[in-house]
Ligand binder design. Structure first.
Ligand code: MLT
Length: 324
């Protein structure tokens, strides 16, 4: 009897301290893991959101870039982190494609994470080095097909958005190309600007300023309609790849087991950040916009990840692309 009472007291003490921590959360700096190199599109979205959420929470949110293996190294790090609200995870559509691309992931993309909310949907652009010998998408396609053994394509590893877009693109044109993997499309952009790699499909959060400054060429955007901030850029659908469409949704997560009260505090701070005029303006400048408030919630992201894993699985297995 005595042992049971001691156990009950211990459980109460544990529950009580977790409850007390959730009540006062956050009391120290929070780390947001970005599973790609600094300077890329995921990093850009994360830093904008972290800054604004930190203001709301009155605690600093620092970004830690953990790149490699298309974002799965960063995901594995978060899956093993303490569920105390002090490790967050900003990832994109790659979190839903990795389960089909990697047969031996060291985590479960659904059950090892606590969804906090969706963040934004980012369009992608087909971009090339500025001296690429093609004036429009039609000439671009013709050149690629005529030089398929020479042309190089940059991505951020199997499971990245640039990998997914490249896979869909190569399948659509029926041509496999030499791929150069990076730890993120931030470093890939450096090589594109330097002419060391020929082209890539990357998010407007990373390509907009380079396109507008003329430092790289853009041949098309992967959304149904043209972008308000680059209206002269045709959609791939109208330029020559009917039905080609991909956008990169981003979600914010915590490790599984993070207390509900902490998750709700974080989701509320995310919703506030997505209404922040500075965040909205920067997103608009970069060709994107925050998701509606109703989607910046745990249940919306949980349902979206499940639906996206189910959506991409047959497409990936049909393409026959695997990482391991
Ligand atoms: C990045 O942030 O580097 C990109 O999201 C990588 C990718 O997914 O293509």
């Amino acid at each position: 009897m005595k042992i049971t009472l001691m156990r009950a007291a211990a459980c109460l003490a544990l529950f009580g301290s977790a409850f007390a921590q959730a009540q006062t959360y956050p009391t120290k700096t929070i780390t947001m893991i970005v599973p790609f190199a600094a300077g890329g599109p995921t990093d850009t979205v994360a830093r904008l959101v972290a800054q604004s959420m930190g203001n709301k929470l009155k605690q600093q949110i620092i970004i830690e870039n953990v790149g490699g293996a298309g974002g799965t190294i960063g995901a594995a790090r978060v899956a093993k982190a303490a569920p105390d609200g002090y490790t967050l995870f900003m990832h994109h559509i790659g979190h839903a494609t990795a389960p089909s691309l990697y047969r031996k992931l060291p985590y479960n993309a659904q059950t090892d994470f606590e969804p906090i909310g969706l963040v934004t949907d980012v369009p992608m652009t087909i971009v090339a080095r500025k001296d690429f010998p093609a004036r429009d998408f039609k000439e671009f396609l013709a050149y690629i097909k005529a030089n398929k053994d020479k042309v190089t394509y940059a991505n951020a590893g199997v499971g990245s958005a640039s990998h997914l877009c490249g896979m869909l693109f190569m399948t659509a044109i029926g041509t496999d190309l030499t791929t150069v993997p990076y730890k993120g499309t931030g470093p890939a952009m450096n090589d594109l600007l330097g002419g060391q790699v020929d082209f890539m499909c990357d998010q407007t959060t990373n390509t907009t300023s380079q396109i507008k400054s003329g430092k790289i060429k853009a041949y098309g955007v992967t959304t149904k309609t043209r972008l308000p901030n680059m209206p002269d850029l045709p959609t791939l659908n109208e330029a020559g790849l009917p039905g080609f469409e991909v956008a990169v949704w981003h979600g914010l997560y915590a490790p599984k087991g993070t207390p509900k009260q902490v998750v709700d505090t974080l989701s509320s701070a995310l919703q506030t950040a997505l209404k922040d005029p500075n965040v909205k303006q920067r997103f608009a400048d970069l060709g994107t916009e925050p998701v509606a408030e109703s989607r910046a919630r745990p249940e919306a992201l949980r349902a979206h990840v499940k639906a996206e894993i189910e959506r991409w699985s047959p497409i990936i297995s049909k393409a026959g692309v695997y990482a391991d």
